[in-house]
Design a binder for this molecule. Structure first.
Ligand code: GRF
Length: 193
């Protein structure tokens, strides 16, 4: 059996990418390899981390493209060349165009720092605190045409504490994200084989 090919799309810090890359190296995501790390932000620390690991890293500075369409086309072209079995969005701050979602339907995952379907979209940790929720968490879900609307693969719960700040809650959730995302990827790959 040949290794499953993973492509990672990110825009920033890249801590989820690092957790995925570590899980691929140790075999807790079995029989997988990362074939492309793509960032729309050329200064993303996650991109630098990919280069340090010797992985194919692609900076796609969207300001260098004539328009959004051209930028999206270039991302699609690089993905096509990488022939991914699974695309993992890991802090990728752009909406994927519907053609790309359709092309890889059932093969794109995202991680979102809330217990979906609650708090879809931006600033979910802040919104969970504002809503006085007693718990929050993170969810790995398939990507469809909506914003954080696709089927949930796995989720993890964390408590919200009385004195919580956005930073403290985000850090507690992030710890779970790093455990959950590799587990969800392994689960989905097992189903695709
Ligand atoms: C994470 O909180 C993830 O859930 C959200 O964006 C953040 C990315 O963090 N989608 P990192 O770049 O993986 O460190």
């Amino acid at each position: 059996m040949s290794a499953s090919r993973l492509a990672i799309l990110l825009s920033g810090r890249g801590s989820n990418f690092e957790a995925i890359a570590a899980a691929v190296s140790t075999g807790s995501i079995p029989e997988a390899e990362i074939v492309a790390v793509i960032s729309d932000n050329p200064g993303a620390p996650g991109l630098e981390a990919a280069r340090r690991r010797g992985l194919p890293a692609f900076a796609m500075d969207w300001s260098l493209f004539a328009n959004r369409r051209e930028h999206e086309r270039e991302i699609a072209r690089v993905l096509e060349g990488a022939r991914p079995d699974l695309i993992c969005l890991a802090g990728f701050m752009r909406i994927l165009p519907p053609e790309l979602v359709a092309r890889y339907r059932g093969r794109i995952l995202n991680i979102h720092p809330s217990l979906l379907p609650r708090f879809r979209g931006l600033h979910p940790q802040k919104r969970a605190l504002e809503a006085k929720a007693l718990e929050s968490g993170c969810s790995v879900h398939f990507v469809d045409e909506g914003t954080d609307t696709g089927e949930v693969v796995l989720s993890a719960r964390v408590p919200i504490l009385p004195e919580d700040t956005v930073e403290a809650l985000s850090a507690r959730i992030l710890e779970q994200e790093h455990r959950l995302y590799p587990e969800a990827i392994a689960k989905v790959l097992a189903g695709l084989r």
